[in-house]
Design a binder for this molecule. Structure first.
Ligand code: FES
Ligand code: FES
Length: 175
């Protein structure tokens, strides 16, 4: 009798919400997908779309490793739910390449050796691209301040700033 009650309680303590259909435009391609309501955009990209360039560091908005562009604005993808982005345009580090050419900031990271282990790099680059689009980074100090949400445990900060400065010179932040 007691066993029956325990089994009943553990079977379904609360009804689970159904999956929700959304359309995400990811790197220029419409993707119609179903997610449980609690799936983060980060997990949607990595686990459902196999876009593993976007990295999971802290998973709670502290490190910037998961930075992507949503409607051209940089955000921490671990801090938003996939179902909240229905209809949004998402750009990940993979989507910055055009016609087999690296984005000027991707090339600048290579030119300036702006990484060591590389774990933070895709987030740094997406954040940097967002920064260029914002058009506010007019000095080294401002670049440092506006990139302060992207941590680099390897301490590649000086070269990251140099890479951003190079990209600012080559594309004027308009791409
Ligand atoms: Fe999103 Fe760290 S993984 S901010
Ligand atoms: Fe290693 Fe930034 S290059 S964490």
């Amino acid at each position: 009798m007691v066993q029956d009650v325990v089994a009943e309680q553990s079977a379904s303590p609360i009804a689970l919400p159904k999956k929700i259909e959304v359309t995400l435009r990811v790197n220029g391609e419409d993707r119609r997908l179903s997610f449980a309501p609690w799936v983060s955009l980060l997990d949607a990209l990595r686990d459902h779309l196999d876009l593993t360039g976007t990295k999971k560091g802290c998973d709670h908005g502290q490190c910037g490793a998961c930075t992507v562009l949503v409607n051209d604005r940089r955000i921490n993808s671990c801090m938003t739910l996939a179902v909240m982005q229905d209809g949004a345009e998402i750009t990940t580090v993979e989507g910055l390449v055009h016609n087999d050419a690296l984005h000027p900031l991707q090339q600048a990271f290579i030119d300036h050796d702006a990484f060591q282990c590389g774990y933070c790099t895709s987030g740094q680059i997406c954040s940097g691209v967002g920064l260029l689009k914002e058009g506010k980074a007019h000095s080294v100090d401002v670049i440092k301040e506006l990139m302060s949400g992207n941590l680099c445990r390897c301490g590649a900060y000086p070269n990251i700033v140099l890479a951003i400065q190079q990209a600012m010179g080559t594309d004027g932040g308009t791409r």
